[in-house]
Write a protein that binds this ligand. Structure first.
Ligand code: CU
Length: 163
């Protein structure tokens, strides 16, 4: 009888001991917010088979050289899913330039009618190709960049803000 009592006391002890255990600490993961725009004249940009640029907003210093590296990371052929990056002047009529360029197949979809709208451009890149271009945005302001492959510019459009 005494032994039985001892066992029950022991087991109560064990139970209470078990319930004493602290719950595993719940740590809230601290997610980094990548929405904040940092100023850098080094731009890395990718285009893909979903007809998208991976980043559409950049901020650079005006009056300093910008180095832009563009990579087509898709696998579809150039003829059906080629991409380029064309940086346009602040006052350019983007739709007018894009619509004219979409028809300019013989000049790799860069319209010669509005050539003065262009600040910088990459070549039309096929899958896995990459090109680095350098240019300077002399004045502060917002500069639009697009891909001029037919039908792409509505989805493949971004802004470089020069400050
Ligand atoms: Cu494109």
């Amino acid at each position: 009888m005494k032994k039985l009592l001892l066992i029950s006391i022991l087991s109560i002890g064990l139970i209470s001991c078990g319930s004493d255990k602290k719950e595993a600490e719940t740590t809230v993961p601290t997610k980094e917010t990548s929405t904040e725009t940092s100023v850098s004249n080094e731009i890395s940009l990718k285009g893909n088979d979903e007809m998208k640029f991976d980043t559409t907003k950049f901020t650079v210093n005006a009056g300093q050289e910008v180095t832009l590296t563009f990579t087509n990371e898709g696998i579809l052929p150039l003829e059906t899913m080629g991409h380029n990056v064309v940086v346009l002047e602040k006052n350019a009529d983007v739709a007018q330039f894009a619509n004219a360029s979409a028809k300019a197949k013989e000049t790799n979809y860069i319209s010669e009618l509005y050539i003065t709208d262009i600040i910088a451009q990459t070549k039309l890149l096929g899958p896995g190709e990459s090109e680095t271009i350098k240019f300077t945005l002399k004045e502060p302001g917002k500069y639009t960049f697009i891909c001029t492959f037919p039908g792409h510019w509505i989805a493949m459009k971004g802004t470089i803000t020069a400050i």
